[in-house]
Design a protein around this ligand. Structure first.
Ligand code: SF4
Ligand code: SF4
Length: 453
């Protein structure tokens, strides 16, 4: 056998094994379309490489060498990455006002002084807010996706998070335990990861991380004074099978649960640091003084994507975040260790914008918004849909190619996207082929029962 024939045979086997592996994983994920395409690839792609082994005339011709050269050139094209930029977060100059967020506006009681004051200073929000106030509302029994069991489970998680409120801050032990920044950071990371956190990073707190004024609860209207040097950002992975059914009830149930699952260790970590003699505060659902995705981005955990959420290298946007701010000595995470790639991928992929039921996500290029180049979602449109659906939707998160399950196939694709400019373009095409340009919402996991009333 010619050496070139042997090389062709090896390439055929590699291509076949990769395609069959993709088929098996897709079948396991119940992605029928992806399995069929993987099978088609497994049966067709090896054919050109098998010809020299079965047709002697082909083996003796220039064909085997030519096909090896073409394959090598294609591989080199994927490896060639001329403008791979390092992750360089843009630092906005301004601070946001928590009172302007949708969650704060939702708490305004029509007729109250707070309500009147807000819409007097923000008349531009009056009409859009009137629109969503006419909808049934989050977790409401008249909403589009009302599902008693999942809604009750979501409510239970939100109620439990609410009970954590008094523990986000507290007295600091007078005696300070001395540990080097390196040892303390190492301990915190190991301890948090041991508890099931997906990732953790440390950022140096900047004014733009903080809201300038409180917008919720009894502290409404109070100025926020940044007190801490460091922000420890924690991400918790959301279950793909729950999110894939978005905007149905399992999505809000999962969302609430992971707010809780990120909130508990954040409270625990802040308490630990205070026990060690360092001022620390947890920022968890319902009790934020800062914008978690920005802190997490600067803690080297990811980038902010087209849908305005943190995109992590491992789970894409399928995470919930909590932050602990502190003055304890810590080592900053190195943003340069993450290659700039997700934002570029988002410029090719517009899947979240295509499926968004609220038409809240832009199809355009990034624009200057509040002094930084970014995609800005239309919060009013998004929230109006939440109020209609009764859930926090999550359709954008469910279809994001970066949010596929944490397994061999998808981790390999995510690595390819990170390191290869050409692969970013190909991955968008493959994702459309395997999962559809506008993937349909899946059924909720069948262990979540329907209730009869
Ligand atoms: S949560 Fe739903 S409505 Fe909001 S941006 Fe995402 S897809 Fe659109
Ligand atoms: S769906 Fe596509 S465009 Fe939207 S955030 Fe994910 S990767 Fe970016």
């Amino acid at each position: 056998m010619y050496l070139t024939t042997l090389v062709n045979l090896i390439i055929a086997i590699v291509v076949f094994v990769i395609s069959i592996t993709a088929m098996i994983i897709s079948a396991y994920e119940k992605e029928t379309k992806a399995s069929i395409w993987s099978l088609i690839f497994a049966l067709s792609l090896p054919i050109p490489f098998l010809l020299p082994a079965f047709i002697p005339a082909v083996a003796g011709s220039v064909y085997p060498v030519s096909i090896i050269i073409i394959t090598s050139l294609v591989l080199l094209a994927f490896l060639y990455n001329p403008k791979q930029k390092k992750f360089a977060p843009v630092k906005p100059a301004m601070q946001h006002d928590e009172r302007e967020t949708m969650f704060s506006r939702r708490e305004l009681e029509p007729g109250s002084k707070r309500y009147q004051d807000y819409y007097t200073t923000h008349p531009e929000h009056h009409d859009p807010d009137k629109k969503w106030r006419q909808k049934p509302g989050l977790l409401n029994s008249d909403s589009l996706f009302y599902h008693p069991v999942s809604f009750a489970a979501a409510e239970a998680s939100f109620e439990t998070i609410g009970k954590l409120g008094p523990f986000i801050d507290g007295p600091v032990k007078k005696i300070q335990q001395k540990l080097s920044a390196k040892d303390l950071t190492h301990f915190i990371k190991k301890w948090m990861l041991k508890q099931g956190i997906a990732d953790i990073g440390v950022a140096e707190m900047q004014p733009y991380h903080y809201y300038h004024t409180k917008g919720r609860g009894s502290a409404y209207n109070q100025a926020i004074t940044p007190q801490h040097k460091y922000g420890v950002a924690l991400t918790v992975e959301m279950d793909e099978s729950m999110i894939n059914a978005a905007p149905k009830g399992s999505a809000v149930m999962e969302s609430a649960e992971k707010y809780l699952k990120s909130g508990v260790p954040a409270v625990q970590l802040a308490t630990f640091l205070r026990e060690m003699g360092y001022d620390a505060k947890a920022h968890i659902d319902g009790n934020y003084e800062l914008i978690c995705p920005l802190v997490a981005r600067d803690a080297a955990l990811g980038e902010i994507g087209r849908m305005g959420l943190l995109m992590t290298p491992g789970q894409g946007p399928r995470v919930r975040i909590a932050v602990v701010t502190t003055n304890a000595p810590l080592v900053l995470s190195k943003p340069a260790s993450i290659a700039y790639s997700m934002n570029e991928f988002c410029t090719y992929c517009k899947k979240c914008a295509a499926v968004c039921p609220g038409q809240a996500i832009s199809f355009d290029e990034r624009k200057m918004n509040d002094g930084i180049l970014r995609w800005k979602i239309n919060s009013e449109s998004c929230f109006t849909y939440w109020q209609t659906a009764g859930t926090d939707c999550g359709r954008c998160m469910a279809v994001c190619p970066y949010a596929h399950a944490n397994n061999l196939l998808h981790n390999a694709v995510r690595s390819g996207i990170r390191y290869s400019k050409l692969f970013r373009r190909v991955a968008v095409i493959l994702d459309d082929l395997f999962y559809g340009k506008r993937p349909v919402s899946k059924s909720m996991p069948n262990w979540i029962p329907q209730a009869k009333s």
